[in-house]
Ligand binder design. Structure first.
Ligand code: H2U
Ligand code: ZN
Length: 348
């Protein structure tokens, strides 16, 4: 019997961050995919769109008018999924029926006044201003008594359900620690209790030695394809040093974060020469008043595209019923992303 090898044989990989598994079937992609690049003839957007609800000076659905902002802009979501004025309450009927009231806040953040830009097309100085805003929102929302967790995220592209191409993200904050960060917290806590170091601090150190899955590295931050990647081109950005939340980032750190955010998203856009859709979000320590030395801040990128600007990976069937599965390995994805030109395809 030949020896087990990642690029030939089906295997399961363990995700230590959430405790779940991913099935990898590399034998299904014997040859490297050349990537059919469909030219989608993406429309060029104007710098200002009079009909956009996020452009400076325009009116939103609720009737409010956006200010004439110059860098970033944040406002309370006019259709918030979470609101602060909910009475405290619980419902239970035996062990099987349980519900609880939830208070929170939803905000929308505009990354730039320019309707035609996206993160990979913005410069690092302006991307850093987005991270400044995240830091500020995390700090201020976290001070509220009823806010124990702040989720910052970005939905990019129609196929991710994004409602408007104007560069923007959202911040939802609430009473409870939601499912994904709660799983990560439990795993990180167990690791920290055992080793006295953060799980992702150790992880990033080892990845930097191996170099197989690293996409971008600067003085303080790294972008990589995690060993346990689920989505075909999933990636993570994380600080090299132990940082539990955005407040702990200095100006230099934020610049380094912005540099990774830009370089990673340029790779993404260049992969299929399209504005690459994804859901991305920052995971960090809850704001529940407890110490959280176990937490290591990181940003996840979950992009759905598989083979071209239009062919996406479906998380259906086996994925829904059992666990996620992928063909191309994390190392092969990293290799493909690294081999792309550093310059954005639109500026060619
Ligand atoms: P996406 O990030 O998925 O595109 O969502 C944008 C949010 O903007 C969405 O949650 C809000 C929607 O409720 N919105 C406003 O707050 N005001 C508007 O005038 C339109 C959309
Ligand atoms: Zn996470």
């Amino acid at each position: 019997m030949e020896k087990f090898n990642f690029t030939e044989h089906s295997h399961r990989r363990f995700n230590p961050l959430n405790g779940e598994w991913i099935l990898v079937s590399p034998h299904r992609t014997k040859r490297p995919w050349q990537g059919k690049v469909e030219n989608l003839n993406e429309e060029r957007r104007p710098e200002y769109d009079p009909k956009c609800y996020l452009c400076p000076g325009n009116e939103r659905s609720g009737g409010q008018k956006n200010p004439d902002y110059a860098d970033t802009f944040v406002f309370q979501n006019d259709f918030s999924a979470l609101v602060p004025d909910v009475p405290n309450g619980e419902f239970s009927d035996g062990e099987l029926f349980y519900a609880k009231s939830e208070q929170g806040f939803c905000k929308v953040i505009c990354f730039s006044p320019r309707h035609d830009l996206t993160i990979p097309e913005m410069d690092v100085t302006n991307i850093k201003k987005v991270i400044d805003l995240w830091q500020n929102e995390y700090r201020e929302l976290g001070k509220l008594d009823f806010v124990n967790y702040v989720q910052i995220f970005e939905n990019k592209g129609d196929i991710m359900g994004c409602s408007n191409p104007h560069p923007h993200g959202q911040v939802w904050s609430q009473n409870s620690i939601p499912g994904e960060p709660a799983k990560e917290q439990e795993r990180q806590k167990a690791y920290y209790q055992k080793h006295g170091r953060t799980m992702l601090g150790d992880y990033v150190k080892r990845e930097l030695e191996l170099k197989e899955r690293i996409l971008v590295e600067n003085d303080y931050f790294v972008a990589l394809v995690p060993f346990w990647a689920t989505w075909p081109f999933e990636a993570m950005i994380l600080p090299k040093k132990e940082v539990a939340n955005l407040i702990q980032l200095s100006d230099e750190d934020k610049k380094a974060f912005a540099d990774c955010y830009k370089k990673l998203t340029v790779m993404y856009d260049n992969l299929f020469e399209t504005s690459f859709p994804y859901s991305a979000g920052v995971h960090q320590a809850p704001t529940d008043g407890e110490e959280h030395p176990e937490w290591h801040l990181h940003m996840h990128f979950y992009p759905p595209l598989l083979r071209s600007a239009t062919v996406k990976k479906f998380m259906v069937g086996y994925e829904m019923m059992a666990n996620p599965q992928r063909d191309i390995t994390a190392e092969q994805s990293a290799e493909r992303l690294r081999s792309l030109p550093a310059e954005h395809y639109k500026t060619k």
